[in-house]
Design a protein around this ligand. Structure first.
Ligand code: ZN
Length: 52
């Protein structure tokens, strides 16, 4: 048996239940606007990390 790593939502830091789909969680628990700003923040963080 392969044990999958526990997924954690980066928006609310909630651990997803076994077998729960991250996509389902995002769609059910979060607004598209929330998701967009989270993704934008991640991209910005990556850009800053790349420049030294
Ligand atoms: Zn969440």
């Amino acid at each position: 048996m392969v044990s999958k790593p526990k997924l954690q939502c980066s928006l609310c830091n909630e651990r997803l239940a076994e077998g729960e789909d991250i996509e389902e969680h995002l769609l059910n628990e979060h607004e598209p606007r929330e998701l967009a700003s989270e993704i934008a923040a991640e991209w910005e963080a990556e850009e800053f990390a790349g420049t030294e």
